[in-house]
Design a protein around this ligand. Structure first.
Ligand code: AMP
Length: 280
């Protein structure tokens, strides 16, 4: 397995594979890998001849008061996980390699980044689009794998690839959860044991909403109320947002029909967690 911090070497290696007629899958991550990341890598492994994983905690997608400095990092552990999962190349650049002197370019779009996480994290999706565009240029893969855990991110990347004509297929992969239903996340490591126990409320509230929808509920406001009421039973939970939107446009909808994203962001103590359900 190659571990490279160099844009030039990484691009040369991927181009060499492409020249040999091999297909390449890319899994962009911020590291501190868990089963969620592993499921993306396994899918990429099945569908491609070569698999690249990027590990880069991207400063551009963090706001000034967010957890850039405390975000967990462990390259040694991540390398072992990647090696065991059959990854061919880890791209692990320094910040200075990605954002050189006088860097001032960025990629952004209208509407999709404005609601949900974009409302409380105004620079986040601009940073995501910029770094993902750079990764697609550095590693010109055939397919890139993203988790539905970050559903708004997935919708934005899909839109970006269509609108800006990137020659890459975007594959969305299901959310991997702990045994009690909490969506796996590198940020779960911030939770105290009390907070960890109460964090199951996110999945439980979405489960109640899905039961109501399966029983015939079509009113988006009522679905939001079911989730809000459930979250409010949890002493440590503070709601950032509960939204029902079109999965294609990320705009609020009144009726549950078509491709629907039910998305929530909740502080458990000081840790902000997200979860969702997608109805296609
Ligand atoms: P991150 O390292 O948090 O930036 O995540 C890298 C990729 O892994 C993103 O596409 C995430 O959506 C995906 N991911 C993170 N957590 C999970 C999970 N629990 N299940 C599936 N995919 C996930």
């Amino acid at each position: 397995m190659i571990i490279s911090g160099s844009i030039k070497d990484t691009r040369a290696q991927v181009k060499e594979w492409k020249k040999q007629g091999l297909t390449v899958g890319l899994v962009p991550t911020m590291g501190y890998l868990h089963e969620g990341h592993k499921s993306l890598i396994e899918r990429a492994r099945k569908e491609n001849d070569r698999v690249c994983v990027s590990i880069f905690v991207n400063p551009m997608q963090f706001g000034p008061n967010e957890d850039l400095d405390s975000y967990p990092r462990d390259l040694e552990r991540d390398s072992k996980i990647c090696e065991d999962a059959g990854v061919d190349l880890i791209f692990h650049p320094e910040v200075s390699e990605m954002y050189g002197p006088n860097f001032c370019g960025f990629v952004d779009m209208h509407t999709l980044p404005e609601k949900l996480c974009g409302a409380s994290r105004p620079v986040h999706f601009r940073g995501v689009q910029t770094v993902v565009s750079k990764l697609f240029h550095i590693m010109p893969a055939d397919r890139a794998y993203f988790g539905q855990k970050d559903a708004q991110q997935l919708a934005i990347i899909r839109r970006m690839v269509i609108d800006l004509d990137f020659d890459i297929e975007i594959i969305g992969c299901p959310i991997i959860r702990e045994d009690d239903g909490l969506a796996k996340s590198s940020r779960n490591t911030y939770l105290s044991s009390d907070e960890r126990a109460q964090a199951v409320i996110l999945n439980e509230s979405l489960e109640e909403a899905m039961k109501a929808i399966e029983a015939g509920e079509k009113d988006a406001d009522k679905v939001k109320q079911i989730i809000t009421d459930k979250l409010n039973t949890c002493p440590l939970a503070k709601i950032d947002y509960v939204e029902v939107v079109s999965f294609d446009t990320i705009q609020p909808i009144e009726k549950i029909e078509g491709a629907v994203l039910i998305a929530i962001a909740v502080y458990i103590g000081t840790t902000r967690l997200i979860d969702n359900r997608i109805i296609m």
